[in-house]
Ligand binder design. Structure first.
Ligand SMILES: CC(C)(COP(=O)(O)OP(=O)(O)OC[C@H]1O[C@@H](n2cnc3c(N)ncnc32)[C@H](O)[C@@H]1OP(=O)(O)O)[C@@H](O)C(=O)NCCC(=O)NCCS
Length: 317
């Protein structure tokens, strides 16, 4: 197929999004591109993989960049309907028809016979992130389940998401490790993480997640085109997520400590479903053996890292 149209939604407030409702029952004040991302995610993660609807949206969505791929679909009009010649039927019936190179630049309908529908999505979550999941851990709705092994990186943070609640029954507290102490004392959110194969535990990374292509459009390079679009954007905007000195308050804390400001240097992590490892490997990601295997919503996951080739620039002030 040709190139689908791809839209980017930069971080934005998603106030009022109700995670208990499907995308087509949300407020019409929410960004359409985000609603379309949720349409694709619901089709894949909720309907196909059986993940509860209320677990699909999370607090990382508002701070992430979302890419959504659209295809142009034909709307079959029976004879008699407007533009047809017979009796009108209730609604349009989309017919999968991949998009074409050189499509227009909005996902809006182009003619009474065609419209654009979301067929795939991914998001990039900026740093900071909660600690890497402990090997063998089990998460539901981003919360570490109590039966999971205690994290080796911290005794206080248990979630794969930045703002999820702590589990009700935490494992017994043991003496703090030096890393745990450092985390508690860190001026930055989350502080350092445990060292893994490709991550020193400190370097800022962005996270590729919620990659989904609806079943009818798989095997057509849609996921690859989404990743190419996201990767190109990251390479062109390497400082986009870097905090400024003023944002961190470091101008007041330690004058001149610019070296302490987290700066993204091209490192990308994904939490890959085991069945999708091959896709990420084609894109240059490598399994991080030290991260081990854990389970999100009952699905086995592995950590995979890639490093993009970005130009360095001076930190924002
Ligand atoms: C994984 C998924 C996004 C791939 O989407 P897609 O549009 O079919 O992928 P592409 O067509 O761009 O394929 C990219 C490459 O990976 C290969 N590939 C596709 N699915 C694969 C899989 N499950 N395992 C290994 N390789 C796969 C393709 O053959 C292609 O290889 P090539 O470049 O050598 O030809 C899609 O199957 C999906 O949504 N799956 C369910 C949700 C999911 O698993 N998401 C990932 C969560 S971590």
């Amino acid at each position: 197929m040709g190139t689908p149209f791809i839209s980017l939604l930069e971080p934005t407030r998603l106030d009022g999004y109700d995670s208990s409702l499907p995308h087509d029952q949300q407020r019409d004040t929410l960004p359409p591109v985000f609603i379309d991302a949720m349409a694709a995610r619901e089709a894949v993660f909720v309907q196909e993989q059986g993940i509860p609807l209320s677990h699909e949206y999370d607090e990382d969505d508002a701070r992430s960049c979302h890419w959504v791929a659209y295809a142009s679909v034909n709307i079959r009009r029976p004879p008699g309907s407007p533009g047809g010649g017979g009796t009108q039927e209730p609604g349009p019936e989309p017919e999968p028809e991949p998009g074409e190179e050189g499509q227009e630049t909005t996902p809006a309908a182009r003619s009474p016979e065609t419209r654009s529908v979301p067929i795939g999505t991914l998001r990039i979550v900026p740093f900071p992130h909660p600690p890497h999941p402990p090997p063998g851990a089990r998460y539901a709705n981003n919360v570490l389940l109590p039966s999971s092994p205690p994290s080796t990186s911290t005794s206080t943070s248990t979630s794969t998401s930045s703002s999820s609640p702590l589990p009700s029954s935490s494992p017994p507290q043991t003496a703090q490790t030096p890393l745990e102490r450092e985390r508690q004392q860190s001026a930055l959110p989350f502080g350092p993480d445990r060292r893994t194969t490709y991550h020193d535990g400190r370097e800022p990374y962005v996270k590729l997640s919620r990659l989904a292509v609806v079943p009818d459009f798989r095997g057509l390079n849609i996921a690859t085109q989404l990743w190419v679009a996201a990767r190109r954007w990251l390479e062109e905007h390497p400082d986009y997520f870097n905090p400024s000195v003023a944002e961190l308050g470091m101008d007041q804390l330690r004058v001149g400590a610019v070296g302490d400001i987290p700066r993204w240097n091209g490192l990308v992590l994904c939490h890959a479903q085991e069945s999708a490892i091959g896709v990420y490997e084609r894109w240059g990601f490598r399994v991080d053996q030290a991260m081990g295997k854990w389970y999100e919503e009952g699905i086995p996951h592995f950590g995979m890292f890639a490093r993009l080739d970005i130009k360095r620039s001076d930190p924002k002030v």
